[in-house]
Ligand binder design. Structure first.
Ligand SMILES: Cc1cc2nc3c(=O)[nH]c(=O)nc-3n(C[C@H](O)[C@H](O)[C@H](O)COP(=O)(O)OP(=O)(O)OC[C@H]3O[C@@H](n4cnc5c(N)ncnc54)[C@H](O)[C@@H]3O)c2cc1C
Length: 547
């Protein structure tokens, strides 16, 4: 079902803006867990299909608008309500709630779509002169309040005009792109030439290279290809005090790594205008897939750790669902009570304890087959039952679709959110248990957990939680629940984020997490590159800004 244009709803719906009705299995599960009826599920809670109308007019003079138009061209400067509302939010759950309540408190005054680096240089000079905030955005898929505009000002949209592939260097195995290019455009181009970028976040179809780098993300195949910080070789960053260009050396000992200063800088230090990424050969026919069932989460995790530490080859996709997530997948896919299910139970793979593991290995044919064989051997040693390659392939196929479940669940009044962390191996199981216990302490909650990015020294944990919203008090209720969740992760030795970044949502924990000396260093870098404090102000990353 396609949704109407120019409504609040058309802003917060994910991706292609088409609602996928909840699958029967999901409906049954939600009804059972939360004691809901069919009518409850079909309600249109905080549906928000009104046309966007903002109460706040752009706080810009005609002269200021004229200057912006002179820099970028009339057609690339927008002050209409819809475009300003569109650029006021990302996809943080609290933001979605506010949009559903048709409450846009601090939209940008103007949205501009620069066409090249020189225009960005001029825009930063203009923003400094006029003391205006300037917030870069790519796909606006931030889930950490990274693209909000609490100080209004300029939303600098890089996705419209700065989205070209500048060079594919087949000798060096690199691609150089402008920041606003979206995942599928880049990947399609590379695939045609026999390469892949290897970065596939769940938001792949609607996020940009600039956003991947600025928010320090990870894709589903990161165990093999690495996080985005492992892929960046060089970049251009336009700052208010000048342009910084790093070079595409394969390695360097020229003091500290400046790329790393800007990877994860979330628009606070400069505008990323060009990125050179590593590319790899694209050989999908060689991909080897394997799926296993383990008797419990602890044993599955142990096998995963051994695999990462034994130098037997590294899978690209490596993933374990905890018992609740496993049972949910089995139930939704009609596996529960099938012949295979009964057979597995007789072998001791009991429901509410067993765990699914997905593995896929890319690369040279002999390599992928060898690693798969070794994974099977190691899994067997840990009583992992091999169930073939199909479940992994099936999961990969529907990977981007599951993001669409959140909209119909929210329409039914159900809080649906995800939070992730990175944790060393020795703290992983205690953290998993502690966070689970916290999330389940809420009356009527349903919590699924998986590991999806794996390292020699630890892994991430990704929590998905569902719970009926507290009607009338949704925003504050969520804020308190989310705060307790991040506190629990922090107290149990997990990072504030593994791949979503910090934004404003996690900024309040930064000082405690980093320590005052480290925060002072980050602030000093910010103050040097952005002395007037115009870049993504309003506590992003926990940094102070002067405007
Ligand atoms: C359904 C869903 C699934 C997701 N799954 C994943 C996942 O699997 N892995 C993952 O890593 N993330 C995931 N995310 C989070 C988000 O998609 C990532 O953070 C992504 O990298 C953001 O890219 P973007 O182009 O949308 O950036 P935006 O959201 O537009 O911006 C993100 C941040 O980067 C800054 N920024 C953007 N472009 C530039 C630039 N050129 N120069 C300087 N700063 C810039 C912005 O100011 C902002 O602070 C998911 C989000 C959603 C909604």
């Amino acid at each position: 079902m396609s949704e109407q244009k120019n409504t609040y709803r058309s802003i917060f719906l994910w991706g292609d803006k088409k609602i996928r009705p909840l699958e029967e299995g999901v409906r049954a599960l939600v009804k059972e867990q939360f004691g809901l009826t069919e009518a409850d599920l079909d309600q249109k809670y905080l549906y928000s299909d009104d046309e966007v109308k903002l109460d706040i007019a752009p706080a810009l003079s005609e002269k200021q608008l004229n200057e912006l138009q002179t820099i970028c061209g009339n057609e690339n400067v927008k002050t209409d309500d819809y475009n300003r509302a569109l650029h006021a939010h990302g996809y943080f759950f609290g933001e979605l709630l506010k949009l559903r309540k048709e409450s846009i408190e601090t939209p940008p005054d103007v949205v501009v779509y620069p066409k090249d680096e020189q225009e960005i240089v001029q825009l930063l000079a203009f923003a400094e002169k006029e003391k205006l905030a300037i917030t870069p955005v790519g796909g606006r898929s931030s889930v950490t309040r990274g693209v909000e505009t609490p100080q209004g000002g300029i939303s600098l949209d890089l996705s419209e005009n700065l989205n070209r592939i500048l060079e594919v260097n087949e000798i060096n195995h690199t691609v150089t792109v402008e920041p606003g290019i979206m995942g599928p455009v880049l990947e399609k181009h590379l695939n045609k030439m026999g390469y892949t970028c290897g970065h596939f976040p769940q938001s792949f179809e609607y996020s940009t290279v600039g956003g991947w780098v600025a928010a320090r993300g990870a894709g589903q195949a990161s165990t093999g290809y690495g996080k985005i910080e492992d892929m960046v070789l060089a970049m251009h960053v336009v700052t208010p005090v000048g342009i910084i260009q790093t070079k595409d050396y394969p390695a360097s000992a020229e003091a500290w790594d400046l790329n790393k200063t800007f990877i994860g800088s979330e628009g606070c230090l400069g505008i990323i205008t060009q990125v050179t990424l590593k590319i790899r050969p694209y050989r999908p026919k060689n991909t080897a897939s394997a799926s296993f069932i383990f008797k419990d989460f602890e044993t599955a995790t142990l096998m995963m750790r051994k695999a990462m530490q034994s130098e037997i080859g590294v899978p690209h996709l490596f993933r374990i669902s905890d018992p609740v997530e496993t049972e949910t997948a089995f139930r939704i896919n009609g596996f529960v009570n099938s012949m295979s299910d009964k057979f597995l139970k007789t072998l001791g793979y009991k429901n509410n304890s067993r765990c699914l593991m997905f593995v896929s290995i890319e690369g040279d044919k002999n390599y992928t087959l060898l690693v798969k064989k070794r994974m099977k051997k190691l899994a067997k040693k840990h009583h992992g039952f091999y169930i073939g390659g199909s479940p992994t392939k099936k999961w990969l196929k529907q990977r981007y679709e599951s993001a669409y479940m959140r909209d119909p669940l929210m329409d039914a009044g159900i809080m649906t959110d995800t939070v992730e962390t990175a944790v060393p191996w020795d703290k992983l199981i205690p953290l998993w248990k502690a966070v689970r216990t916290y999330l389940e302490s809420r009356e009527k909650s349903y919590v699924m957990v998986h590991i999806s990015h794996v390292y020699e020294n630890g892994a991430n944990l990704y929590f998905t939680f569902l719970s009926p919203m507290k009607k009338g008090d949704e925003v504050e209720d969520y804020r308190v629940y989310h705060q307790g969740l991040i506190d629990t992760i922090h107290e149990n030795g997990g990072s504030l984020s593994h791949h979503h970044g910090i934004g404003r949502a996690l900024a309040p924990w930064m000082e405690n997490e980093m320590g005052s000396t480290a925060m002072g260093l980050m602030q000093a870098v910010k103050d040097h590159l952005d002395p007037k404090g115009i870049l993504n102000p309003g506590n992003t990353l926990g940094l102070r800004s002067k405007i």
